[in-house]
Every structure is written in structure tokens, then in C-alpha cells.
Design a protein around this ligand. Structure first.
Ligand code: AMP
Ligand code: GLY
Length: 427
């Protein structure tokens, strides 16, 4: 089959790396991809949101499946675009239609959905410029810190956690009245703060049945011991020791099954990944957020652990017979450490020469912000998060030691990475 992957990050490189091993895949294209994806497929210069250009390419190359990595094209309706076009409608798209993508595209929709289907999540109310005057009253019913979430997509920046009541009231005005996050914060969900430890769980679904993928934990903050600014993710570890069998049973029964059943009841035919951002509070799982795609950087530790042919599973999603497909996992730990550009997540330079890639061993390198110099063919930095180093080990420590050993072999100006991954999970 000829397959097109949409996106350019470490997640998309992980998909491309895995699919390139499938005997079912004859041609693999990545739009727009990065230096790493060009080693396992062909990069195509098309923007992830340019549906018209994607259509032209899909028809010209006779693409038989499209796999969407990031959330924005899904929320903007790439799957609906395919379904509405007689020339494209029979080509399976991995990723939900806009109705399903609302689970990520609107926090208010996601909270109402969870409320309706009895899925455990923090208590909440939603405010906009019609009822903002009622917000101070609601805030008074909550204990600090206060959690304020922009309803729409805000590139991972739309959640504020605020200690002071007065500041929370002021920030709410900033968000709703002054549109701090643009139209995304015209509506704001205020919710109860939950105290616990977070992890990510993913399923693949064809809208009827589902396959649960290994759990993972990502490290969001730039600084060690989870300090400093939020990033797109500094690394990930799979599996998560505290997401043990008893916990995962609760996740399946209380969260995964009601979510799939809820989508069906809403008449939403959901095909793709569902990402459950969870928090464990006193042994019980609560949903912090839904995402409608695979996680990044979680993909870089979860995808390598899938032993089965991922293309078979995607075909099962397309055909609606996922339940007939087998999925097996590598039971070793996989740890993935991101090397990032100095200055990230603030401003940082690009086009720094990356050296030492050939000196690494026993690991998989997943590129994110990289590109190939058109003349010299050298690999250069091209983003904040540059390369993830994923390694296996019988223990988490063994896997981490290999990732860290390799992290020291790769060089570029300003290279930074967190040295404390996994420390919070080992005791
Ligand atoms: P989100 O963008 O929804 O993933 O939120 C970003 C981060 O804010 C989460 O990963 C959590 O660490 C934190 N967070 C969001 N909602 C809550 C909540 N209700 N209680 C505690 N922390 C939260
Ligand atoms: N790792 C969090 C995300 O993919 O949004």
C-alpha cells in the first residue's frame, strides 16, 4: 500500500519508522516530514493544513491510506474533507472527523461528554462573556490552586494554574474579555484542581472495538524535578510502573469503555487514536484531558514497543474490523530522551550542525526539529525539540542508561536535555 503520514515531529518519525518495516507498505510519504523521516520514506513539501494540496498529492500518487499525526488538521476537518469528496471518500484516514476531534478541540465539549457518560474527571463550570459575572462565585466554591482552561486549541499553552483567587478572577477576564489566547479563550473551563501523579494511556479504535496501547509518562517541564516552563515534552517512559494491572483495569472499565460507548451514542464514528491524559488520585484514575491523536513524546517510547504490524492495525481501523487483529507488545521498558535547542521553549537558534549521529548504538533516533542541508547533506537543527533517543532495557534504569550514554555522543551548539528522567518513578 501507498501511505501518506501527515506531520513533521518525533511522533511522525516513529510512525514512519514502524510502518517502513511493514511488508504491506510499498511506498511511504511524509508531509512535510524531517531529516529522520526522509531516511525511511519520501518527504513531501506540503503543509499539514493545506487540504487541497494534500488531495492533489493523494490522487497523483494513488495513496491508499492517510495517517494524521497532529491535532490541528483533525480539528480543522481533514477527515471530513476526505469523506465529502467523491474522489477521496474511499481512502481511509486515521484520525477522527471534526465531531470526534472536539474531544481535544473543545475542553467544554470534552467536559460535558465526560459528565454525560459518567467518566471520572475534575468538577467544572464553563464561562464566556454571557455568564462571566457568575465566575467569581464559582471560584469561591473551589480550593486553590484554580485551574483555568481555554476552551479551544492553544498550542499547549491554554491551561493556567493559579494560586491566588484575585489573580484567577483577573486572568479569567484576560482570557475571555481580552482574548489572551485569541478565540480559543472566548470560553473558559474552570475546574477543580486534582492532586496526583499523571500518565498517558492510548487506544486505537475503529469506532466499535479498541486496542489499548502501553502506558507512558511524559516529562513536560524544561527543568529538572519538573521545574520551569512547559515544553512540547522532554522525553517519555513506557510502561509506567504505577499504572499497574489493577489501575489499568479501572481505566478500561471507568474511562475507555464509557468513552467508546459515549462516542457511539453520539453517532460519532471515531477512527484513530484516543489519548487519555490521566491523573491517579488515591489509586483511582481521572481524566485531565483527551487528545485525538497519539502523544508526542509518548509515541517515541510506545510505538517501538508494538511488536505487531502497525499497518495491519491501521487497515483494521479503516475496514472496521480492528477486533480481528492481534496486537502484542515488547515487555521491556522503552525510554526516550529529547535533545533540545538551547533557549527552548523560549527563542532558540536553528541551523546548527548536528554531529555524532553515526556514533550512537543500541538506540533508535527519532528526529523532530531536523532538516538536511540541500547542498552539503549535513543534518541541521530546525526546531526546539531536535532528536529523541529511544532505548530498550529489562529495567527502566538499564534503558535510561543506554539513552543517556547515546545522548552524550550527539552534539550541536546549545544542546540541552534533562538528566533526571525516570527518577520520580524509581524508588
Ligand atoms: P492540559 O493541557 O489539559 O493537559 O493541562 C496541562 C497540564 O495542567 C496537565 O498536564 C496537568 O499537569 C495540569 N492540569 C490540568 N488540569 C488539571 C486539574 N484539574 N488538576 C490538576 N492539574 C491539572
Ligand atoms: N505529550 C502530550 C501531548 O502529546 O500533547
Amino acid at each position: 500500500m501507498k501511505v501518506l503520514i501527515i506531520g513533521s515531529g518525533g511522533r511522525e518519525h516513529a510512525f514512519a519508522w514502524k510502518l517502513s518495516q511493514s511488508p504491506l507498505v510499498t511506498q511511504l510519504y511524509i508531509a512535510p516530514g524531517n531529516a529522520g523521516t526522509s531516511e525511511v520514506g519520501e518527504n513531501i513539501k506540503i503543509d499539514v493544513n493545506d487540504f487541497k494540496a494534500i488531495k492533489e498529492f493523494v490522487l497523483a500518487k494513488d495513496i491508499q491510506m492517510v495517517i494524521v499525526g497532529p491535532e490541528v488538521p483533525l480539528v480543522k476537518g481533514i477527515h471530513d474533507f476526505f469523506l465529502a469528496d467523491t474522489e477521496l471518500m474511499d481512502i481511509p484516514v486515521i484520525g477522527p472527523t471534526t465531531k470526534g476531534a472536539l474531544l481535544e478541540g473543545s475542553k467544554d465539549f470534552a467536559k460535558n461528554f465526560m459528565h454525560k457518560y459518567g467518566i471520572p474527571t475534575a468538577g467544572y463550570q464553563t464561562f464566556d462573556n454571557q455568564n462571566i459575572d457568575k465566575a467569581p462565585e464559582f471560584l469561591k466554591t473551589l480550593n486553590p490552586p484554580y485551574v483555568l482552561k481555554a476552551d479551544g486549541l492553544a498550542a499547549g499553552k491554554g491551561v493556567l494554574i493559579i494560586d491566588s483567587y484575585d489573580e484567577a478572577v483577573a486572568e479569567l477576564e484576560e482570557m475571555i474579555i481580552n482574548e489572551k489566547f485569541g478565540s480559543a479563550s472566548q470560553k473558559v473551563v474552570i475546574e477543580e484542581f486534582l492532586s496526583g501523579i499523571e500518565c498517558s494511556v492510548f487506544v486505537l479504535t475503529d469506532g466499535q472495538s479498541y486496542k489499548i496501547l502501553p502506558s507512558a509518562k511524559d516529562y513536560k517541564r524544561i527543568g529538572e524535578r519538573d521545574t520551569g516552563l512547559n515544553t512540547g515534552g522532554m522525553g517519555s517512559i513506557s510502561p509506567v510502573p504505577f499504572a499497574d494491572e489493577a489501575f489499568m483495569k479501572k481505566v478500561e472499565k471507568r474511562i475507555i469503555i464509557p468513552t467508546i460507548e459515549g462516542l457511539k451514542s453520539e453517532g460519532i464514528i471515531y477512527k484513530g487514536f484516543i489519548f487519555f491524559g490521566l491523573i491517579k488520585v488515591d489509586g483511582d484514575p481521572f481524566v485531565i484531558e483527551y487528545n485525538v491523536r497519539m502523544g508526542d513524546p509518548e509515541a517515541e517510547s510506545v510505538i517501538p514497543r508494538i511488536k505487531s504490524d502497525l499497518m495491519e492495525l491501521f487497515i483494521g481501523i479503516g475496514n472496521g474490523n480492528l477486533q480481528d487483529k492481534d496486537i502484542t507488545f515488547d515487555d521491556r521498558f522503552c525510554t526516550s530522551i529529547f535533545l533540545v535547542s538551547g533557549g527552548y521553549p523560549g527563542s532558540y537558534p536553528k541551523n546548527k550542525l548536528i554531529s555524532g549521529l553515526g556514533k550512537t548504538n543500541d538506540c533508535i533516533l527519532f528526529h523532530a526539529g531536523t532538516k538536511i542541508h540541500p547542498e552539503s547533506n549535513e543534518i541541521l537543527t530546525n526546531g526546539g525539540r531536535v532528536i529523541a533517543i529511544s532505548s530498550f532495557g529489562r529495567t527502566m534504569k538499564e534503558a535510561l542508561d543506554i539513552s543517556y550514554k547515546n545522548a552524550s555522543k550527539i552534539s550541536f551548539d546549545g544542546k540541552y536535555y534533562r538528566k533526571d528522567l525516570g527518577k520520580d518513578l524509581m524508588n
